[in-house]
Design a binder for this molecule. Structure first.
Ligand code: NCD
Length: 304
């Protein structure tokens, strides 16, 4: 039977911990001088991306190459997708070439789940619409563990465009399973109805959400997913919801600042905060390669 990673919703706390432990070992390889292991020798990994990406796509590709897999990328603009080929036909074509792991990003929620039923390859969800982005949440959790030693008992404040964020949904599943307290803050127009039922505290502002937080995670304002303005202006957004050094003082003195990227500088976070010593944004990027190595390795070995 093949195994997939479609979301953190379906994983147990133990499975998540197992991935994070493996990723911790993989991180030593990423930071070490010799980035070539035999973990995926003879396997083929294809990245199929229907949405733009810099760090997620590159880190899946590097993760595959560091483990000696054959790695290839397809993007919707340069492929037969632009000629009108359906997702199903594209996925079946990739599958027919001997692909072992299909990494997929798509603008429709649930697309990787449907494709998984049609292909023999293991499917990894690299972001589906506004649903989940499991490897992002895993790399966020690995980064938190490295800086704070544990997840249980941490207060994690996630602020910004909650509505359009697949990152927040995967983080809520993962963090609550591992015993963190999660608070959400942002404009009510960007707060999905009923999200409090996921076991999180919800505020219509940022300052209450970040009080005493160990981790402050800002999310990008996803202008490309908005048909109409859900807040008055970028300048006003920063004034009321952006994180600058003064607002950051509400969090714990040793709080870390995270952002999945790409950052709109001066919108979600001030430049001083992004480049300051509490920011762990570049460590998140490094953790991303390690987590993707762990996920693909474990999938090739029979799952989590
Ligand atoms: C996120 C995504 O694509 O969901 N980015 C990422 O994977 N690093 C968040 C975003 O685009 O804002």
């Amino acid at each position: 039977m093949k195994h997939d990673l479609l979301g953190l919703k379906d994983l147990s706390a133990d499975q998540i911990k197992h991935i994070l432990d493996t990723a911790g070992t993989m991180k030593e390889i990423v930071l070490g001088p010799n980035k070539k292991t035999p973990h995926l020798q003879g396997k083929t990994v294809v990245n199929l991306f229907y949405e733009n990406s810099t760090r997620t796509r590159l880190s899946f590709e590097l993760a595959a190459k560091y483990m000696s897999a054959n790695a290839a990328n397809i993007t919707s603009s340069g492929s037969s997708v632009a000629k009108g080929e359906t997702l199903i036909d594209t996925a079946e074509t990739i599958n027919a070439m001997g692909t072992d792991i299909l990494v997929m990003r798509h603008n429709l929620s649930g697309a990787p789940h449907s494709i998984s039923k049609l292909v023999d390859a293991s499917v990894v969800n690299a972001g589906d619409g506004m649903n989940e982005h499991p490897t992002q949440a895993l790399l966020d959790m690995l980064t938190m563990i490295e800086h704070k030693g544990h997840i249980e008992g941490l207060k994690v404040a996630i602020v910004g465009d909650i509505y359009h964020s697949r990152v927040v949904r995967s983080n809520i599943y993962g963090l609550t399973k591992l015993g963190a307290e999660v608070t959400l803050g942002g404009p009510t127009t960007l707060m999905p109805m009923g999200i409090d039922k996921m076991g999180v505290k919800v505020y219509d502002n940022v300052h209450e959400a970040i009080v005493d937080a160990d981790v402050v995670m800002a999310l990008r304002i996803q202008l490309e997913r908005q048909k109409k303005g859900l807040f008055p202006s970028i300048r006003e957004y920063f004034r009321y919801f952006g994180i600058d050094e003064q607002r950051l003082r509400l969090a714990k003195p040793d709080a870390i600042v995270m952002h999945p990227g790409p950052v709109n500088r001066g919108v979600e976070l001030s430049t001083a905060v992004i480049d300051g010593d509490r920011s762990v944004i570049t460590n998140q990027v490094t953790s991303g390669v390690a987590v993707r190595m762990a996920v693909m390795y474990l999938l090739s070995r029979g799952g989590f």
